[in-house]
Design a protein around this ligand. Structure first.
Ligand SMILES: O=C(O)C(=O)C[C@]1(C(=O)O)C=C[C@@H](O)C=C1
Length: 162
């Protein structure tokens, strides 16, 4: 069974391109600023074509493209780290199910919250982002613990267990 990720995608979007922006900032002067009318979110495709068509922003496009390489490297590393984290928590889920422990351990979670808040502040990261991350991974880990327990400790119920 493969994971159903359809819920993670944005629903069908009605996007219209607008070339008649009147605002003062650079993006408004650049063509192909599209607006998603479901969310009112504006979007600009920043690529080589944009740089060719708008030489006045070519330097900015080049800087963004360079930063995107770093962003892609970081995203790849984060996915690898998440894979290792979920492999470890799934093993914890099996051990908990076998021993009859509940999926959650709130004392452990309190320690994790305090620790990650401290690390985030030291690292110059908004602690709210650290908490959003923690809440996401721990909630998902507990859902998997429950699925394993409901299957009598069999991790085979998970889509991926390595
Ligand atoms: O450490 C545990 O007991 C786990 O089950 C792992 C984990 C986590 O994802 O870090 C998940 C659920 C618990 O409430 C606490 C922590």
């Amino acid at each position: 069974m493969s994971a159903d990720i359809s819920g993670w995608r944005k629903p069908v979007r009605t996007i219209t391109e607008s070339n008649d922006q009147t605002g003062a900032d650079v993006t408004d002067d650049v063509e192909a600023v599209a607006t998603n009318h479901d969310t009112d979110e504006r979007s600009s495709t920043i690529d080589s074509a944009a740089a060719r068509e708008h030489p006045e922003v070519a330097e900015t496009v080049a800087k963004i493209k360079s930063l995107r390489k770093t962003i892609d490297n970081i995203d790849g590393a984060v996915i690898h780290l998440l894979a290792e984290r979920f492999k470890a928590t799934s093993q914890v889920g099996v051990l908990k199910a076998e021993a009859g422990f509940a999926p959650a351990d709130y004392k452990r979670e309190d320690y994790q919250i305090e620790r990650l808040q401290r690390i985030a502040k030291d690292a110059g990261l908004d602690p709210n982002i650290a908490e959003m991350y923690r809440e996401f991974v721990v909630t998902e880990a507990k859902k998997r613990h429950k699925r394993i327990a409901d299957a009598g400790g069999d991790p085979g119920v998970l889509d991926v267990f390595a």
